[in-house]
Design a protein around this ligand. Structure first.
Ligand code: 3H9
Length: 682
């Protein structure tokens, strides 16, 4: 047997243990071990039933994603599943950790499933742009019914064991920490009771009621249209589940599932999402800060500023039980900030996602304070004061005098020079940027900004800390705007320039929305507020001209759009006039409209170019970090893979040509890669 499998026999129950770290993915060696283990146990007459269990932190976490797109070596999953499902002795899957995707599909070819309460099961393939392609779409409806199967497969969320038991996804709960014993006991009971060898594939009771009801699938897709927009997988999932009900036999349904799976596997959307899966896990790796680098214990955190940003930052720590000293200048600001935090938690509790006691526990972790002196004993300070270099330097100078040695001094600046801020202290190696995105308690991106002198320990601590509070850390060097804000700037300014030339804001917004963003640039400006976005400078700009006419966006008089009482938007004639007037003033000729793909290229190629510069300058460690920053920081559609992956799919030579046609000089690295026929991403 392959070295990842081992067998033991206890009281007539054969236990096959698979140990394929880190997550027991069903790669070749795991599949071989399953094949060989089952051959051995079924041939052994002393074995009356088989328990399939995994060692390490989890049951099978799924097919090995890194094998996708390559020829699969035999035995493939289908072959292994055939062996398990047709075993002539009862097979019991014993689940801990997470049984996901191909992992849960493995459990579904067993005759029975038992799990510890902390386990989670599910079919998350949709998150990789796929569908469960090893029978999940055919077997799950047979245990939970069609509607529930659509929700589970289309939602892609892991289901906690208790809920899974209610659904019928598992048959029994084991005692926590006693999975092996309980699974063996369960197997013995099956043997004693001579329970029939029930194969999920033979069950009809749960799917029969759905037969002849094609509207179930259409309704499901319609109900989730917003969430599914742009994704290919949900449509195929609905078709595959429908096939489980409407096919003349199980095998026909399987054939249909396979075809729908293959179609997704070969799609750019899935390639992008699978790329993203690994990209997100790679951001934490910093080549010159290896995983064993010592880190600093963060027991108490200080946050300066209790406004929207500071409050949101504080919540991240309160959520994981870390006490926070929250500092403001006035009692009023402090009370207001703490009030907002409380209301946020209460709103969560109202939705049933927190108990009232938890609200109080988290609030009790806050120590309000009116002066920086209160930060003398914290292990990490995060400053979220007004974005002005003089103010920040002043704060850091004071922190240097107040904070204990060994405390990390972090700035949440979005654009300013971290090295200049660090230079205001005598301990620049302890200074780091922690750039949260708003709302800071929600957005998953955290740019960890490494100054020229930031120490490796501080970088390692920041990266670790980010994960502890549920963020995805992306390491950035010092430059104006770091990664996400910097690369997206040309997009915002480009949109303003573009409408002077002819395409209207609604045309631009539609092209960007159709590309996959939640909204276009002008819809976003109207939402955020023209005054907020800072368009009122000296030079005449569209935003500035609209603000002069008291059009501030949705909050006052409309902006680029007029809004009725139900917030329906129509392009504003005032905005049209302002655009025409500014074009005249700047001497820009109106060349008329543009096709959507030309609008997209015009606005997003410059983002790719800025990303290339960020890479070239070493601001980002790798192209995939830039994609993660764009996806998590700006909701760049994940199924395009982010700007750099998207550029690779478009073709770098085409991007270079497009940039030149716009009069933009492409970054050297971009030209070089285009010439060499290379890609930014794998
Ligand atoms: C599928 O099953 C298709 C079938 O229906 C049909 C087939 C025909 N493969 O996330 P972590 C690596 S699709 C390969 O940091 P955690 C991961 O890259 C699959 N590698 O740990 C990382 O590597 P490294 C459906 C995988 O504790 C390491 O393991 N299943 C896979 O935070 C640790 O991962 C899924 O979509 C994999 N399947 O979370 C589940 N999974 O150390 C995907 C992980 O080198 N996995 N790795 O950076 C997860 O959601 C999480 O990994 C899990 C653990 C919750 C299991």
């Amino acid at each position: 047997m392959s070295d990842v499998g081992s067998i033991s026999i206890e009281d007539g129950i054969g236990v096959l243990t698979i140990d394929n770290p880190p997550v027991n993915a069903l790669g070749l060696r795991a599949r071989q071990a399953l094949r060989d283990g089952f051959a051995q146990l079924t041939a052994d007459d002393s074995v009356r039933a088989i328990v399939l269990i995994c060692a390490g932190r989890t049951f099978f976490a799924g097919a090995d994603i890194s094998e996708f797109g390559k020829p699969i070596e035999q035995p493939d999953l289908a072959a292994v599943f055939g062996i398990v499902e047709n075993a002539t002795k009862p097979v019991i899957a014993a689940i801990h950790g997470t049984a996901l995707g191909g992992g849960y599909e493995t459990a579904l070819v067993c005759h029975y499933r038992i799990a510890v309460p902390s386990a989670k099961v599910g079919l998350p393939e949709v998150n990789l742009g796929l569908l469960p392609g090893a029978g999940g779409t055919q077997r799950l409806p047979r245990v939970v019914g069609v509607e529930a199967a659509l929700e589970i497969i289309g939602g892609g969320k892991p289901i906690p064991a208790k809920k899974a038991l209610e659904y019928g996804m598992i048959d029994a709960l084991a005692e926590e920490g006693k999975l092996r014993e309980d699974a063996i006991a369960f197997a013995k009971k099956i043997v004693v009771e001579r329970a029939p060898l029930l194969r999920v594939r033979d069950r009809e009771d749960k799917i029969a009621p759905a037969r002849g009801h094609p509207e179930i699938y259409a309704d499901y897709l319609k109900k989730n249209a917003r969430a599914f927009r742009g994704y290919k997988a949900p449509g195929n999932i609905a078709k595959a589940v429908e096939a489980s009900v409407e096919s003349p036999d199980f095998e026909t349904g399987m054939t249909r599932e396979h075809a729908l799976f293959e179609e997704l596997l070969n799609s750019t959307e899935s390639a992008a999402q699978r790329y993203y899966f690994f990209a997100e896990r790679e951001t934490g790796k910093v080549p010159d800060v290896p995983s064993g680098t010592p880190t600093i214990d963060i027991v108490r955190v200080g946050v300066i500023g209790a406004g929207t940003m500071g409050g949101g930052i504080a919540m991240n720590f309160l959520n994981v039980g870390t006490p926070v000293t929250l500092v403001e200048m006035t009692q009023e600001a402090l009370d207001r900030g703490i009030g907002v935090i409380r209301r946020n938690y209460e709103a969560t509790a109202k939705k049933g996602r927190m108990t009232d006691a938890q609200v109080e526990q988290r609030m009790a972790l806050i120590t309000p304070a009116l002066g920086l002196e209160a930060l003398a004993d914290v292990d990490l300070v995060i400053e979220a004061v007004f974005e002005e270099i003089g103010i920040k330097k002043d704060v850091f100078g004071k922190l240097d005098a107040i904070c204990k040695q060994g405390a990390i001094l972090a700035s949440n600046t979005s654009f300013l020079d971290l090295d200049e801020i660090a230079a205001a202290t005598k301990r620049p190696e302890w200074v780091v940027g922690l750039h949260f995105f708003s709302p800071a308690n929600v957005m998953r991106l955290l740019e960890v900004v490494r100054g020229r002198k930031t120490s490796k320990e501080v970088v390692a601590t920041a990266m670790k800390l980010a994960k502890a509070i549920g963020k995805v850390p992306v390491l950035a060097g010092v430059c104006y705007g770091f990664i996400a804000n910097r690369i997206m700037r040309p997009y915002m300014t480009g949109a303003d320039d573009l409408v002077l030339e002819g395409p209207t804001p609604p045309e631009v917004d539609k092209a960007i929305y159709d590309y996959g963003f939640a909204m276009g640039p002008f819809q976003m400006i109207d939402l955020v507020g023209l005054d907020v976005i800072g368009r009122g400078g000296n030079e005449r700009t569209l935003g500035g001209d609209l603000v002069k006419r008291d059009r501030l966006g949705q909050k006052k008089n409309g902006g680029f759009y007029d809004y009725d009482e139900r917030r329906n938007a129509t392009f504003s004639p005032v905005a049209a006039e302002v655009i025409a007037d500014l074009a005249r003033h700047k001497g820009v000729e109106n060349k008329g409209g543009l096709p959507a793909d030309a609008i997209v290229a015009r606005l997003l190629y410059p983002v790719v170019n800025e990303g290339a510069k960020v890479l070239q300058e070493g601001i980002a460690l790798r192209a995939s970090d830039i994609d993660v920053a764009a996806i998590l920081g700006y909701n760049w559609p994940i199924y395009t893979g982010g700007p750099m992956f998207w550029a690779d799919t478009v073709g770098l030579d085409k991007v270079v040509e497009g940039l030149r046609a716009m009069g933009i000089e492409p970054a050297e690295i971009l030209v070089g890669k285009a010439k060499a026929g290379e890609r930014f991403t794998r």
